[in-house]
Ligand binder design. Structure first.
Ligand code: SDX
Length: 450
């Protein structure tokens, strides 16, 4: 592995000086008769945060913020998003421009190493990935151990975690060369692991990667080729997949990325940290929403009562039903990724001269919901998961693989955050506090006295 393309040791890091400098103003906190001033940190896009790192030592108090709705766990120079105005930028580049002009491998380089690569760096990165697309032959036996209907996210998380057993000489998170080779292996092998899990589920032979194809075309041929005949990748399919992977590539401190950071903060190796992120992403409130959304749309399609019934169910707290693919912790405006994916749906389906009733229902559901006060008041809009399943269906991807494709897209973002954390001079193991509300001290009673 050469030291040029994509080596973290010389990665140009955007300093977050503005984020580190305390702003002129401070926050005054009054607790009873005690008053303390807390520094205010200002990000490079003007975000303000009260730095409470000295709060407990100065006051004995901690803060409480279920779900970290108001709590920043770190500063970061990777992705900026503004939920109020629907802005998303990777290393300063707007997602709309990257979707229009870049490709997933280049975007992965940008996220992990901080700058758009030169032509030479990009070529070297692409070649480097191609050297690592195959899995160790022993890994194939893992797949025969899984039940036929094993969920591919379970397989993905297990196999990625197990990769560390094959690369025991390169697990040290503090050695840039070991981290570098690990990120190449993960980026190159995830599509192979994913495609093998699909082949396993349909009882077809594994199709090996082809190094003469692009990242996306290679994945599609591993998914859909069979040894008995020639397979040609549809360039429209490869382009649509490329777009989907770009818009999924990072999203600052989301649940799975925070999980990767949390596990990595203990100096666990990169494979273990990414495996943990895959497990978090599987949740239907997070990356699993793309599968849950298409299942919801299928349910609506089969129900003569149609969209209105489900909009009413979503508004009824007691129904336990939510519109999957709708709402977001940060976006209180239209998710810019959903706009790009919806346009991709239109373009791909018209190129295929195909109508997908699920897409029609999704658009009807969006227009009904966005004119309903319940959704308007709560600023609930379609998110990245609302339309992505329509594109995946058009590509022939089975619904159980949708979240696997989310993981493939998010991998460079996870790795970028894991590396940024390890390169930070303020890194500490993540160990949140709590407020105890359980029983106070009491004596043990022997069982005969209870
Ligand atoms: C992703 O963090 C990221 O960046 C994630 C992600 C990424 O790229 O990593 O963007 C990817 O995970 C997108 C989100 C995918 N999940 C879904 O689509 C599942 C459905 N959506 C939700 O359950 C919900 O909107 C969340 C989980 C996404 C956000 O949950 P929050 O921020 O905790 O919001 P909440 O549950 O407190 O809801 C606020 C209000 C509630 O009503 P009130 O109690 O105020 O009356 O909005 C309601 C909720 O009941 N609400 C919904 C709803 N989402 C929120 N009501 C109906 N349908 C929904 N989808």
């Amino acid at each position: 592995m050469s030291g040029k393309a994509g080596t973290i040791g010389n990665a140009p890091r955007e300093t977050t000086v503005a984020a580190q400098q305390a702003a002129p103003e401070t926050a005054l906190l009054r607790l009873g008769d005690q008053e303390i001033e807390l520094p205010v940190v200002v990000g490079s896009e003007g975000e303000h945060a009260v730095d409470i790192s000295k709060l407990r030592s100065q006051t004995g108090y901690i803060t409480l913020d279920e779900g970290y709705v108001n709590t920043g766990t770190t500063t970061s120079a990777i992705t900026y998003l503004d939920g109020e105005t629907g802005i998303l930028r990777y290393r300063g580049y707007p997602i709309e421009e990257l979707a229009a002009h870049s490709d997933f491998v280049e975007v992965s380089y940008l996220l992990m190493f901080g700058e758009l690569p030169s032509a030479e760096q990009l070529d070297e990165f692409r070649q480097g990935l191609r050297q690592h697309t195959m899995l160790h032959e022993d890994i194939k036996s893992f797949y025969s151990g899984f039940p036929r209907d094993a969920h591919p996210m379970a397989i993905l998380g297990s196999v990625v975690g197990a990769l560390s057993t094959f690369y025991q000489d390169s697990l040290d998170p503090k050695d840039p060369s070991q981290v570098n080779i690990s990120l190449y292996r993960l980026m190159a092998k995830l599509p192979t692991i994913a495609a093998f899990s699909h082949k396993k589920s349909i009882g077809q032979p594994f199709i090996y990667p082809r190094n003469d194809l692009s990242y996306c075309a290679n994945f599609l041929q591993m998914m859909f080729a069979v040894p008995t005949e020639e397979y040609t990748v549809d360039p429209d399919f490869a382009e649509a997949l490329n777009l989907l992977l770009i818009v999924h590539a990072d999203h600052e401190q989301n649940c799975s990325t925070s999980t990767v950071r949390m596990v990595g903060s203990a100096d666990a190796n990169l494979f273990a940290s990414i495996s943990a992120g895959i497990c978090a992403l599987w949740g239907p409130l997070h990356g699993g929403a793309n599968q849950a959304c298409v299942e919801m749309l299928e349910r609506i399609k089969a129900d003569p009562d149609g969209v209105g019934k489900y909009v009413d169910l979503a508004k009824d707290k007691d129904s336990g039903f939510r519109l999957m693919g709708f709402g977001h912790r940060v976006y209180k405006n239209y998710d810019p990724r959903a706009k790009i994916i919806r346009a991709t749906c239109n373009r791909l389906l018209s190129k295929m001269d195909r109508k997908d009733p699920i897409f029609e229902i999704a658009q009807e559901l969006e227009s009904v919901a966005l004119s309903d006060p319940y959704f308007v008041e709560r600023k609930l809009y379609p998110n990245v998961d609302f339309y992505s399943g329509v594109v995946y269906r058009a590509l022939g991807i089975p619904v159980g693989m949708f979240t696997v494709l989310f993981a493939m897209g998010r991998l460079p973002g996870w790795i970028a955050h894991w590396m940024e954390m390890h390169e930070s001079n303020t890194k500490r193991i993540q160990r949140p506090r709590q407020v105890y509300t359980g029983a106070q001290k009491r004596e043990y009673l022997p069982v005969e006295k209870r």
